[in-house]
Ligand binder design. Structure first.
Ligand SMILES: [Cu+2]
Length: 189
């Protein structure tokens, strides 16, 4: 009888220890989670609208992520990855080059890096580009000609406006000078 009582109380103690151990074990990941690196800013900003598809995607973290197993997918509207080359990590900045022919539209950046505490962290952000990035595809002879015809008229307008402004200044200065010359004999004496 005594032995069964003893084993029952022992069982209860074991149960208490098990509950305590389980609680402690559950609290460890919660504390560790607070040590994970978090992205502070993204370039482009989440949900933003940009004119052209950027040449680089950037993420700035609160700590420097580990330089292993980093993936930044730059998915266009069709889900095609437009990332060009590997991820670059410099200090707490993570950058990913984007293909020059990347199409316009909504983009979803799917990133995954290894936090400085050794845990993999991941997230997504979106942006919308209204034009494709054609930086590397423009014909060299076409753009200077277009630029020249584009600036021809405004330059003439600026010159005309400048001439008018100079004339106005001359007239105003003359008016002031004449007034002073008329007044000065009276005010001086
Ligand atoms: Cu962690």
């Amino acid at each position: 009888m005594k032995t069964t009582h003893r084993s029952a109380s022992r069982g209860r103690l074991a149960q208490c220890l098990l509950i305590l151990a389980t609680t402690a074990f559950l609290m460890i990941p919660a504390a560790a989670a607070q040590a994970h690196d978090v992205p502070e800013t993204t370039d482009p900003a989440n949900g933003s609208a940009v004119r052209t598809v950027p040449t680089k995607i950037g993420l700035t973290f609160n700590h420097t992520p580990l330089a292993i197993g980093s993936v930044v997918r730059v998915e266009d509207a069709t889900g095609t990855d437009q990332a060009d080359g590997p991820v670059a990590i410099v200090d707490n900045h993570v950058t990913q080059a984007v293909k020059t022919s990347a199409p316009e539209g909504k983009y979803t950046v799917v990133w995954r890096v290894v936090s400085s505490d050794g845990h993999p962290i991941e997230g997504t952000f979106t942006f919308t580009a209204s034009a494709t990035n054609t930086a590397g595809t423009a014909t060299p002879s076409a753009s200077p000609a277009a630029a020249a015809t584009g600036t021809g008229l405004p330059t003439e307008l600026i010159t005309a406006a400048g001439a008018v402004l100079v004339l106005v200044i001359v007239f105003v200065m003359r008016a002031i000078f004449v007034k002073r010359r008329l007044r000065s004999p009276e005010s001086d004496r």
